[in-house]
Ligand binder design. Structure first.
Ligand code: DLL
Length: 434
């Protein structure tokens, strides 16, 4: 398979680390000069950019957190004037306010190149027709993948998510050779295609799936249903969007594009940097981003890094599929959901009709995530008529849809029926297997 930029992707590690060091020094200075939050944290540690000489000093730097994006909402962490920011994206925060990220023109070009590297690594060329079925809009998936396809020079079908029958029709009629979407949507598409008996009419050879955890077993099922090879792509809005790391043809971990992002693995409790190969929380430092650079961002994703050479010839480290998170974020139908967001909606709706006891139940039925929210009603509501109860359910439902962009099944249950716990309340029951 072709390598888009061999001098970078296969750069000897010593040279790569030298490049990272130079870029890190410049990035730290850029952040210190332009981002108040970072400057304050450096000052608190008694550090200035002059103390950072290269990647050996990375662990001296302060961490950045998702809560910083809330505290400096919307643009307080941007490192360039707004006149340089050409695109905004947003993702769920832990509260009602979304987290907002911004990109300069150069940031968008770098992003597109990162995605294009992957497309080439899995065998796509400008002859391919790529259907992008990640959501377009504030979510980074759609436009992120889109930019990569255009940078490669292949043909993009900008489908966005939903409208499954049109998805299938276009896939067949336009001769799509590659599909980009969440793995759960790929499964759903596969099932619908099976039902319609259209598998023979598909020209798909490659699928690029990510944005949520998925298992090897799911990979096999998708490959079988859609008749393609399925590859994993990882990313997060705070660092870039899709394309921070991607699998190559060998499917043995995702190469992190280390000329742009430095990964570390830390112990989430002690914050100590762990040795190569250990499992812990993934932390990223961007080293070329201009609009919204971040130093030592705690992703909360749990995984490990493999520095051994890859058969493909790329020298960039491979991250294992994330195996979980060190916070309580759930990904439901590709959307990031925090229990605290649900609590916020319940508090707003409350009005004496419900109690603070609730439970979120997530499962996967027919390869689609189910999302149920059980809430105990108050004694007063319990004594009321069924119509009042339904009205409260509806209010909670629309509050959740507004907050999260996906709908949940809300069930008001009788007072004192949700199990009480002696320690931390068990708010989430996730029955899915990844
Ligand atoms: O999900 C970006 C993306 C879009 C990646 C399309 C891949 C494809 P966020 O909405 O900010 O960004 O969510 C980021 O999703 O911290 C992980 O917990 C999870 N995640 C992303 N990719 C994978 C993956 C996009 N391949 C959060 N496997 C991350 C497991 C993933 N989890």
């Amino acid at each position: 398979m072709a390598i888009r930029n061999p001098s970078i992707e296969c750069m000897p590690r010593e040279q790569l680390e030298k490049l990272q060091s130079e870029r890190l020094v410049a990035q730290v200075k850029h952040c210190y000069d332009n981002v108040e939050c970072f400057r304050n944290r450096m000052n608190e540690k008694g550090l200035t950019p002059d103390d950072i000489h290269g990647i050996e000093d990375l662990s001296k730097l302060p961490f950045a957190y998702k809560s910083d994006l809330r505290d400096y909402y919307p643009f307080g962490l941007f490192a360039t004037p707004m006149s340089e920011i050409v695109r905004l994206h947003a993702s769920s925060g832990t509260t009602g306010k979304r987290i907002v990220v911004g990109y300069t023109k150069d940031d968008l070009a770098m992003w597109a190149d990162c995605v294009a590297r992957m497309l080439e690594a899995v065998g796509l060329t400008k002859e391919d027709i790529v259907q992008v079925s990640y959501g377009y809009g504030l979510f980074t998936g759609g436009l992120g993948a889109h930019g990569g396809v255009e940078a490669l020079g292949a043909t993009v079908i900008p489908m966005s998510s939903g409208n499954t029958s049109l998805q299938i029709q276009n896939m067949v009629d336009f001769g799509a050779t590659a599909l980009c979407c969440t793995p759960s949507y790929a499964m759903y598409l596969g099932e619908e295609i099976e039902k319609l008996g259209l598998k023979d009419q598909l020209g798909l050879k490659v699928g690029i799936f990510g944005a949520e955890p998925w298992s090897e077993d799911m990979r096999k099922q998708i490959e079988d249903k859609l008749g393609l090879r399925a590859y994993d792509i990882y990313g997060l809005s705070e660092i870039l969007g899709p394309g921070v790391a991607c699998e190559c043809e060998h499917q043995c971990g995702m190469h992190v594009w280390e000329d742009h992002f430095i990964p570390e693995i830390i112990d989430p409790d002690t914050c100590e940097v762990l040795p190569a190969g250990a499992t812990g929380e993934l932390v990223f430092t961007t080293i070329t981003k201009q609009g919204f650079p971040v130093i030592r961002y705690r992703t909360r994703d749990i995984c490990s890094l493999n520095y051994e050479p890859c058969k493909c010839g790329r020298t960039h480290v491979r991250m294992r599929k994330p195996s979980g998170r060190s916070d309580d974020m759930l990904i439901i139908r590709g959307v990031n959901v925090f229990p605290s967001q649900i609590e916020e909606v319940l508090l707003k709706v409350s009005g004496g009709d419900i109690t603070p006891n609730y439970q979120i139940v997530v499962d996967r039925v027919n390869n689609t995530d189910t999302f149920d929210v059980n809430v105990e009603m108050s004694d007063a509501l319990f004594a009321d008529d069924i119509r009042s109860i339904e009205a409260v359910e509806k209010r909670i439902n629309s509050g959740l849809r507004d907050m999260l962009g996906i709908s949940a099944k809300v069930h008001l249950v009788n007072p004192k029926t949700i199990a009480r716990s002696e320690g931390k309340a068990k708010r989430v029951i996730d029955n899915r297997k990844f």
